[in-house]
Design a protein around this ligand. Structure first.
Ligand code: HEC
Length: 167
């Protein structure tokens, strides 16, 4: 091995060590950026639009179960919807200057509780009225969070056609 080769090997080693040191020392820096930016991080982890697909799915099936007078099935979808709403309520996500976790408590979880009470007490006609009121809260939240064009209405057909909603 001549002197030049040795110098080259030493240079490569030094470069390797300094790169290692650089990445090691840069790791905590990027970790602290993540922590400071947690609101955005959490919103990336929790896909609000995907959660909303679950809302839409459950609220559709809830309607057909309620209209068929199938209280246990309607109760099941109420509970599913509640779980999805709670998931949003647990994440401090901000959109268009609004905290979605606060909004979902006001426009989601509170009205859902009222709908649950009326499901217990009423027949399908009463349920239809309570349900119509309830979905206005979906739209109220869409309006408040800057999405006035997202409008939920009474469904005419079940989201899937291979399920029996009868009691
Ligand atoms: C926190 C308030 C809030 C409540 C309550 C709420 N939404 Fe949403 N919804 C949003 C936001 C914010 C978006 C936009 C998501 C995005 O920007 O990715 C959205 C988007 C949607 C979408 C569009 C996504 C798609 O797949 O087409 C649908 C559908 C939807 N919501 C359905 C509902 C239904 C049904 C309810 C009521 C059971 C409801 N939402 C209640 C805030 C809310």
């Amino acid at each position: 091995m001549n002197k030049n080769n040795l110098a080259l090997i030493l240079a490569c080693l030094a470069l390797g060590i300094s790169m290692f040191a650089f990445f090691r020392s840069s790791a905590p820096v990027s970790a602290s950026v993540t922590a400071a930016d947690s609101t955005e991080m959490e919103s990336e982890e929790l896909e609000v639009a995907v959660l909303m697909q679950r809302f839409q799915w459950n609220v559709n099936k809830l309607y057909f179960a309620g209209m068929a007078g199938n209280k246990p099935l309607a109760g099941f979808y109420l509970h599913e919807l509640e779980e999805s709403m709670e998931e949003l309520a647990e994440h401090p996500i901000e959109e268009n200057g609004q905290r979605l976790d606060d909004l979902v408590r006001a426009w989601g979880l509170a009205p859902l509780e009222k709908l649950e009470e009326s499901l217990e007490k009423t027949d399908p006609a009463g349920f239809k009225l309570a349900y119509s009121d309830f979905i206005q809260n979906c739209n109220g939240c869409h309006l408040s969070s800057g999405h006035p064009y997202l409008r939920i209405v009474l469904p005419t057909t079940p989201v899937m056609d291979n399920q029996d909603f009868n009691p």
